[in-house]
Design a protein around this ligand. Structure first.
Ligand code: ZN
Ligand code: ZN
Length: 175
């Protein structure tokens, strides 16, 4: 997820280079992307390189229904400009304004994709990840994982309906 881009920075404005990206695992402080594959395009801009990255990977997520950890597919696509802090031809330091929130290519000319991948990965995380689309979830009575088979509890929905049949439930609404 890090590559030396000195060559790319020495290209003419508008030059495009494309790379295949594959990485068995990209680890972050509290998460990990596995089976990362995708395409990186670098376009030479007047200030650095415009990186377009399309990635597919999988991330371990806790299923919203059955609470089991499962690998969920993650897709991300982003375009970010990386600004070079050193002129690749002259070696002169480039003055970048500090209040500009951009990714930077340091004096070593290494373009580091980890931080944008981490940021976009967080956004790409599903709000309600499921271990599989038809996950049966947990039994509300005994907590058994219903994906592993029926637990033998009486069907809850019917029970509740019969209990509530004679009661006015409007006051309970919204709770
Ligand atoms: Zn599940
Ligand atoms: Zn049960």
């Amino acid at each position: 997820m890090q590559l030396n881009v000195l060559q790319e920075l020495r290209h003419n404005l508008g030059a495009v280079t494309t790379y295949d990206v594959t990485e068995p695992s990209v680890r972050f402080e509290d998460s990990e992307l596995k089976g990362v594959s995708g395409t990186l395009t670098l376009l030479r801009t007047d200030r650095g390189l415009l990186a377009t990255l399309k990635l597919q990977a999988s991330a371990s997520e806790r299923c919203a229904r059955c609470l089991v950890e499962a690998d969920c597919p993650v897709e991300m696509e982003f375009e970010e400009e990386f600004m070079a802090v050193v002129n690749p031809n002259t070696g002169a330091r480039v003055r970048l304004s500090n209040d500009e929130e951009t990714f930077r290519i340091g004096p070593d000319f290494v373009l580091d994709l980890r931080e944008p991948i981490r940021q976009y990965g967080l956004m790409a995380e599903p709000a309600k990840p499921l271990c599989r689309p038809d996950c049966a979830g947990l039994c509300p009575t005994c907590g058994s994982n219903l994906n592993e088979g029926a637990c033998g509890c009486a069907p809850v929905v019917d029970e509740r309906l019969s209990v509530l049949a004679g009661i006015d439930v409007t006051d309970e609404k919204g709770k």
